[in-house]
Design a binder for this molecule. Sequence first.
Ligand code: B12
Length: 208
Amino acid sequence: MVNLTDELSIAIAELDGDKVMALVKERLQAGVKPLEIVKKLQDGMTRVGELFETGEFFLSELINCGEIMKGAMAELEPILAGGGQGYRGNIVIGTVKGDIHDLGKNIVVMLLKGTGYNVIDLGVDVAPERFIEAVKENNAPLLALSVLLTSCLDSMKEAVTKVKESGLDVKVLIGGPIIDDNFREYCGADFSSNIASEGVKIAEKVFA
Ligand code: B12
């Protein structure tokens, strides 16, 4: 079990939404960086996942945890997405087919928007053909894919393979907590990361 010491991590792990919101606001006012806040929330959510695995929590607790995180992200969004820099290009993003987790992807979206990219967010459970269409329609040099479920790694591989086979001139970035460089290589993707802010660094390379 992950060892939680931070008050905010513990509050989300205990599904105490009021306390989470109060601490997020308090920390933002105190000048704590939004991504540090996200990290603490993520640690607490890892505990929720562990409790779900051991059968102490049920789906309703996972849903509740997701809703609390959404509320916290609404507070963080204006700062994460509020960079207000000039237009830097189009990026298509989405969670792969079969997977409906989107909180991590949404953080990547906020950060990219905050850095000046026009992000075409296709949402969750996205079929490979839809990614291809959107890249074509928007002439996007970068496609970012997210996955959380091990059972959807095949969907990720399928999406990358189909995009590459389409012959489009697009770089593919794959991300999510279970993604590593070995899987990237197996998939044939160009970049991989399990850290949202690295997505921005990778975009900077692609658009350089
Ligand atoms: C909240 C949650 C849900 C919510 C999701 C709400 C939502 N709107 O997303 C709901 C209730 C819907 C849900 C459903 C399910 N879930 Co769930 N869920 C979670 C939980 C608790 C938190 C996930 C989360 O949002 N984390 C916080 C975000 C910020 O972190 P993150 O996604 O990892 O993103 C970060 C990075 O990975 C990265 N990142 C993510 N994507 C990308 C993309 C790019 C391009 C880049 C650069 C970076 C990047 O950036 C983020 C910040 O750095 C996790 C537990 C855990 N350990 O995380 C389980 C977990 C992911 N779920 C799990 C399971 C099993 C399920 C269900 C199958 C349960 C069920 N029996 O129905 C369903 C699946 C539904 C489906 N078809 O997708 C398992 C998955 C196990 C596995 N590896 O396969 C986990 C790990 C729980 C567990 N330990 O058992 N879940």
